[in-house]
Write a protein that binds this ligand. Structure first.
Ligand SMILES: Cc1cc2nc3c(=O)[nH]c(=O)nc-3n(C[C@H](O)[C@H](O)[C@H](O)COP(=O)(O)OP(=O)(O)OC[C@H]3O[C@@H](n4cnc5c(N)ncnc54)[C@H](O)[C@@H]3O)c2cc1C
Length: 464
């Protein structure tokens, strides 16, 4: 069937049954003719409301127009001027709730595929020789804690402004969730490595295996190491648990541990890699956000015969990106909506033998604004599973705040920081990303890192 102008140009994808058993990227990316065709769908509105939907205000109609006219270098420049991680955001941003939700085409047909075009331009940019160099023009040096998107973007922006920047990262590799959480089949690590390579070429130093709050304190960074300002981008990596019986059984994982073992520690190459992960025939993942979809699809790739989502609300309340959800269904993931886990059952030898659940119905909205799930009495049943993976949310790790005097947090354990500048309760200490907002998105973390870099620059310039 010919593709109509009203329809989005579909993203070419690998066949579901083939891709569900390996870690190669699912989406293949637009060809030049698909990108040209899709870019012509943009109406170039006088009032580009799509830009309002983008947390970092990418000049969307302008970069799409540049694609349409074949000015790829111009398109890449425009994108990068507002979004320092375009190849990553083009792959993982929830465009359907951001820029594409606002696109004028949405009212009549389907929105322009802004994310797919962003990815196309950024992938083109990666085929070009990078044109960056280290230029330190300021005498002050700045430390960044955490090498996730907020920290990487903050560091890059400060380096561009002439500062010597060192990122301290707790893990042995940089990238944060982009490295240890989001799987290779959604975000190839070569793309992350390319972005990190650009930062290093700009003079940013990345020191891994250093936990601030353990190896060094935050105050040491000022007092012993002479940094003039610090940015905290430590994320929200502490998994939450349900508090139901059986959570300590063998075969229960937090999604963070499960994905970290596989993505960062390469458990899929065990025994060639040192870290194992035991995945049984049937895997239940509790939750329905991006983390849950990544965990359930990864389970299939690790050999599970049956992988399922168990979620106490309905499809409508799920937090995952629509594309990941559709891909999960195509790959054979089963969905248990309105299903609440009550107990993880022991198989008699200390391993998971099943998941006792209860059916739910939806009531009035709760404090989160979503319909409240209400238990249906007498509806209990058991799902026979070998693994249970919990993907019900994360909070910031309290290690840094507990070891730093004067750093205020709110009741959710998130750092208190000015929304615009990221300034915390401690002078010359700034923060952004999930550590401040709680678990959110890559683009929000990147935007916070960028704004904080500007505020750090202004604060240091004002002192000279
Ligand atoms: C599995 C998964 C899938 C996701 N999918 C998407 C998606 O599709 N789209 C999307 O937009 N968002 C997605 N998200 C959310 C997104 O990845 C996060 O919002 C984003 O990474 C937050 O960036 P950050 O820089 O604040 O923190 P992080 O990415 O968490 O990085 C924080 C870094 O700080 C380091 N660190 C922590 N404490 C210390 C310390 N004391 N000393 C030194 N280093 C420290 C950590 O090791 C980590 O590397 C996903 C999240 C997960 C977990």
């Amino acid at each position: 069937m010919p593709v109509k102008r009203a329809d989005k140009t579909p993203m070419p994808v690998r066949e579901a049954q083939a891709r569900a058993h390996d870690f190669k990227e699912v989406n293949a990316g637009y060809t030049a003719s698909q990108a040209a065709f899709e870019s012509e769908r943009c109406l170039r509105c006088q009032d580009p409301v799509c830009v309002d939907g983008c947390p970092v205000s990418v000049p969307i109609p302008e970069f799409i127009h540049a694609v349409a006219t074949g000015d790829m270098a111009g398109a890449a420049r425009m994108l990068r001027s507002s979004n320092p991680l375009p190849a990553i955001c083009g792959r993982v941003c929830p465009q359907e709730t951001q820029c594409e939700a606002e696109c004028s085409m949405t009212l009549r047909f389907n929105p322009v595929a802004i994310g797919h075009l962003e990815r196309y331009v950024a992938d083109w940019e990666r085929t070009q020789p990078p044109s960056v160099e280290a230029k330190i023009t300021r005498k002050e040096k700045v430390a960044v804690i955490g090498a996730g998107p907020s920290g990487l973007v903050c560091a890059g922006e400060l380096a561009r402004r002439g500062y010597a920047v060192t990122i301290y990262e707790a893990l042995h590799a940089a990238g944060g969730v982009l490295r240890y959480g989001i799987p290779e089949f959604r975000l190839p690590k070569a793309i992350l490595d390319w972005e990190i390579g650009i930062l290093k070429a700009m003079g940013v130093e990345i020191v891994c295996n250093v936990i601030i709050g353990r190896t060094l304190t935050l105050d040491d960074l000022f007092e012993r190491h002479g940094y003039a300002a610090v940015f905290i981008g430590t994320g929200a990596g502490l998994p939450q648990f349900l508090g139901i019986p059986g959570e300590n059984l063998n075969g229960v994982y937090s999604a963070n541990e499960f994905l970290t073992r596989i993505n960062l520690m390469r458990a899929y190459e065990f025994p060639d890699a040192d870290t194992p992960v035991r995945v049984g025939k049937r895997v239940a993942v509790i939750g329905a956000g991006n983390t849950a979809m990544d965990a359930v699809r990864t389970s299939l790739r690790m050999g599970a015969e049956e992988a399922m989502i168990v979620y106490r609300r309905s499809e409508k309340e799920m937090g995952a990106r629509v594309e990941e959800y559709h891909h999960a269904i195509e790959e054979g993931v089963k969905l248990h909506w309105l299903t609440n886990p009550l107990e993880i059952l022991d198989d008699g030898s200390g391993w998971v033998g099943g998941l006792k659940c209860q059916k739910m119905k939806l009531g009035e909205p709760d404090a989160s604004g979503r319909a409240r799930p209400i238990p249906i009495s007498g509806s209990e049943f058991v799902l026979p599973v070998d693994n249970v993976i919990l993907a019900i949310g994360t909070t910031p790790n309290p290690l840094l705040t507990r070891t730093t005097e004067g750093l205020l947090t709110n009741k959710k354990g998130c750092l208190v920081a000015d929304e615009q500048t990221g300034l915390t309760s401690k002078p010359l200490v700034f923060a952004g990303g999930d550590a401040v907002t709680g678990a959110a998105t890559v683009i929000l973390a990147a935007g916070a890192g960028k704004r904080a870099a500007q505020a750090i620059d202004e604060a240091l310039v004002a002192r000279t």
